[in-house]
Design a protein around this ligand. Sequence first.
Ligand SMILES: Nc1ncnc2c1ncn2[C@@H]1O[C@H](COP(=O)(O)OP(=O)(O)OP(=O)(O)O)[C@@H](O)[C@H]1O
Ligand SMILES: [Mg+2]
Length: 211
Amino acid sequence: MWQEGLVLPADRAALFGGPGATVWLTGLPGAGKSTVARLVERALVTAGRPAFLLDGDNLRHGLNRDLGFSAEDRAENVRRAGEAALLLAEAGLVALAALVSPGAAAREAVGARHREAGVPFLEVHVATPLATCRERDPKGLYRRAAAGTLVGLTGVDDPYEPPRAPALVLEPSRTPTPESAAAAVLALLGERGLVRVAEGLAARHDPPRPT
Ligand SMILES: Nc1ncnc2c1ncn2[C@@H]1O[C@H](COP(=O)(O)OP(=O)(O)OP(=O)(O)O)[C@@H](O)[C@H]1O
Ligand SMILES: [Mg+2]
């Protein structure tokens, strides 16, 4: 039987500066999900709004360490990340998820779990074109796929299904820098009443590094 707690969502929202929610960034490898999510996480935490990033790469070191890259394992990877995000959001945080999450059905199932729980779920499509991802290739995955040493790379020889109804689409033509993309995510959270748009909620620029 479901065990009801004594703390109301409104009590948590008062404590955390807004209701818990999940922002789910999906897109091709190298699209910029981790980069944007890190900036959003820092902007929120710096402004006093608890947030936590679930990065697909990091989850594969622990919670999802037993999973590979078959279609079934990718779906299970997304399901578990979705459950973890939901727990964080129910606890009152802004959960940020940065996972390729190539399957539309698996992502929609995560959205459905959030709806059942009455927790906002914002799907953000980091819609960087494949050619740009390939040029950036921050982890050398596209290079390895081209060399034939990596099989089953999403966007190359594994499918990517874009979101059917994303809350936000980030395209490099409109948000060319990571900071501008993060600002668009923060604006979305503000519009939905999930964060108080206080001063200091802009994605901060890093100070120049000493040379
Ligand atoms: N507008 C932009 N938004 C995000 N990243 C950008 C943008 N413009 C350039 N970049 C660069 O693109 C790269 C994106 O890499 P990142 O690791 O964030 O991708 P990812 O989507 O998390 O990939 P993966 O699925 O492999 O983890 C970074 O080097 C980042 O600096
Ligand atoms: Mg990443």
